[in-house]
Write a protein that binds this ligand. Structure first.
Ligand SMILES: *[C@@H]1O[C@H](CO)[C@@H](O)[C@H](O)[C@H]1NC(C)=O
Ligand SMILES: *[C@@H]1O[C@H](CO)[C@@H](O)[C@H](O)[C@H]1NC(C)=O
Ligand SMILES: *[C@@H]1O[C@H](CO)[C@@H](O)[C@H](O)[C@H]1NC(C)=O
Ligand SMILES: *[C@@H]1O[C@H](CO)[C@@H](O)[C@H](O)[C@H]1NC(C)=O
Length: 610
């Protein structure tokens, strides 16, 4: 590894105000309390210690903590879909989780005597993160290009990062996929139509790091002696809201605005809805303008077409091979036309083999995820996104759904949104509230709860003209002519797409990264749909049903999985069905393929088609 993990740095929600307000008419008051000091600093003067001191100065409020905890407990008891599955005994490869009793963890927090508000919120964050439901690279810049990191904080670098992936991060049930999240990745810059380097989660933190700095020792090719680097965290304030002491920090930054308070002036405010203010790396100096012409990054891979989510390449040394990159599933339906157009160009160029590259795609719409996989197999099935799914049913959910059948105010608890799989062809909507009114009982790991029957979120059928357009292409319906490439960061809808490619259509997959010689998942957090607690609260309000959860005192963002999917014919929810995450082949990152997608595509093509 090289110092891609440059300096990491950063912390806090705070004090950009000093930069954005006109100079005060009077000298600002001198502050003695820690948040007052923080609030009075210019952004560039804030250090790690300033942030830690302010956070630690916020007193613990047992009443607010009680409300927070009670809401979180109800959410995990009655709404979150994986509370029971998370109790499963130790998972099989490539996962390595111990059972997580999230209710027990929250109850333990409830019994703990806190003096620090920050510690309380951090403990909740860590408990939720232990559910691991959510995301070796080599990039580097400037003078430390091509250096290898020998040690981090005095420990072997890879061991250090792997331990961090094992103990701290929460993106996947697979520690090697979590490792991929920590290290550098590439994303597609839509404007310049090239891949650019991003730092991983090791160098970008949303909670206060363990210490004010990270020590690296590097070995560089042009130097005989190792280089010692101490990189201090840089604090990047995330809000322009002013505060001048602990009280105003809590009121202005942490607490929900009181209903009677008029909304803050639009111009100054960028709110951050986190229980713990975010720590984000300070903006780096603008990168040197690159000399790459838009769309021309690789000498050996010609970019043919770039839509908003998909990019098409033709390999020059392998004229029979084309590449379809899909870097996001957050797309308009029109992107389907881009896909058809790109595939047509490849077919016109006599391409017979296709690599679908899904690396670092963190999801979006399930419909497009299914479309992308199914368009390569036009004869096999209609283009619809269907995986059997179910939803936790509590008394409150039943009340809200009974009030809101086919109405806009009951949100996701409206049976009209779902397919009645027992009626006719099993593709039509529910015509009544049976889905929520007549739940079934499922017992998992000793917990018995009510669930809906298996259903699907209703989606319009994709016109058959799309399948017709590709039916004569030389790779269509030919599993040996198609490969996919993923990494642990392929998440959510991307994971569903990779699942459709590999399990529905039996396409061979390459998963890149992780640790040499160990397993690596193709993807992470497959098979759930996510809702925000604040949305659920508004559905209760709009339906005139009393929510069993009080609103959170803090402006926290709480999102949770409310619908779970299953692999076809499987009884374990896809989120926990470890076997379905295993790729056909695993690839190691090398200095070449980590820097250049072209190198990776050629590696996959050579391994697949000689
Ligand atoms: C903040 O920065 C401004 C502009 O650079 C400067 O005038 C001011 O004195 C600084 N304030 C503090 C508290 O350092
Ligand atoms: C791509 O995004 C732009 C900007 O949002 C939009 O105008 C355009 O319609 C999109 N194209 C497709 C194919 O979705
Ligand atoms: C659902 O609502 C739409 C729009 O109001 C209406 O056209 C449709 O007939 C309703 N369907 C049912 C089954 O109630
Ligand atoms: C089955 O679906 C059809 C049309 O989608 C509908 O008219 C009928 O009422 C449904 N039957 C039941 C029992 O819901």
């Amino acid at each position: 590894m090289s110092p891609f993990f440059k300096a990491i740095l950063s912390a806090s929600t705070a004090a950009l105000i000093a930069l954005t307000q006109a100079a005060p008419a009077h000298p600002p008051p001198r502050h003695v309390d820690a948040c007052g000091i923080l609030g009075g600093l210019n952004a560039t003067d804030i250090t790690y210690q300033h942030v830690v001191d302010c956070y630690n100065a916020i007193p613990f409020d047992s009443k607010q903590a009680g409300t927070t905890l009670s809401t979180m407990l109800t959410l995990f008891k009655d709404f979150y879909v994986f509370t029971d599955s998370a109790l499963s005994p130790t998972a099989t490869r490539p996962f390595s989780d111990d059972p997580v009793d999230i209710i027990g963890k929250l109850e333990t927090i409830g019994r703990t005597k806190y003096t620090s508000d920050y510690k309380f919120h951090t403990d909740i964050l860590n408990a939720v993160s232990s559910l691991r439901d959510a995301h070796t690279a080599y990039f580097s810049k400037g003078m430390y290009d091509d250096c290898t990191v020998n040690t981090i904080n005095g420990q072997d670098a890879l061991t250090y990062v792997k331990n961090y992936a094992r103990d701290v991060t929460g993106h996947s049930h697979d520690p090697n996929a979590r490792l991929n999240y920590l290290l550098a990745t590439q994303s597609f810059d839509e404007e310049r139509r090239i891949f650019v380097d991003n730092e991983g989660d090791f160098s970008l933190r949303v909670t206060v790091p363990e210490a004010p700095y990270v020590d690296y020792q590097l070995q560089c090719p042009h130097l005989t002696e190792p280089v010692d680097l101490r990189e201090e965290w840089i604090v990047l304030p995330q809000t322009h809201i002013a505060f001048e002491d602990v009280d105003s920090f809590v009121t202005n930054i942490c607490l929900q605005p009181a209903e009677t308070t008029p909304p803050a002036a639009e111009n100054s405010v960028k709110l951050l809805y986190k229980p713990v203010p975010q720590i984000i790396k300070r903006a780096e100096p603008e990168p040197e303008p690159e000399t790459v012409t838009p769309g021309h990054q690789y000498p050996g891979a010609e970019q043919l077409l770039a839509g908003n989510a998909t990019v098409f390449y033709h390999l020059k040394d392998r004229p029979d091979t084309g590449v379809v990159v899909c870097h996001t599933f957050l797309v308009e339906d029109e992107e389907r036309d881009v896909v058809i157009q790109g595939l047509k160009v490849l077919n016109d160029r006599k391409v017979t083999n296709i690599i679908v590259d899904l690396q670092s795609n963190t999801g979006g719409y399930a419909g497009f995820a299914a479309f992308l996989a199914d368009i390569f197999f036009p004869s096999s099935r209609p283009l619809t996104a269907d995986l059997p799914s179910d939803i936790r049913v509590s008394k409150a959910v039943q009340q809200i759904s009974a009030q809101g059948y086919n109405s806009s105010h009951s949100g996701f608890f409206d049976a009209y949104m779902y397919v009645d799989m027992k009626n006719g062809t099993g593709t039509g909507r529910y015509q009544n509230n049976d889905l929520f009114e007549h739940p079934i009982t499922i017992t998992r790991n000793g917990r018995t709860n009510l669930w809906t029957e298996k259903t699907n979120i209703y989606a319009e059928t994709v016109p058959t003209s799309y399948s017709a357009a590709v039916s004569s292409f030389s790779w269509s319906d030919k599993v040996n002519n198609i490969r996919i490439v993923t990494d642990g960061l392929c998440g959510s809808a991307c994971a569903m797409s990779a699942y459709f490619f590999t399990r529905r259509h039996n396409v061979a997959s390459y998963s890149i990264g992780g640790t040499h010689g160990e397993d690596l998942s193709m993807f992470s957090f497959a098979g759930a749909s996510v809702a925000k607690l604040s949305d659920v609260q508004s559905w209760f309000k709009d339906s005139n049903v009393v929510s069993p959860m009080a609103d959170l005192p803090y402006r926290s963002l709480v999102a949770f999985s409310w619908l779970e999917m299953y692999g076809e014919g499987r009884t374990m929810p896809l989120e926990y069905d470890a076997e379905l995450y295993r790729p056909t082949y695993r690839l190691d990152y090398t200095p070449a393929n980590a820097r250049s997608r072209e190198a990776l595509w050629n590696e996959v093509a050579a391994a697949s088609w000689k």
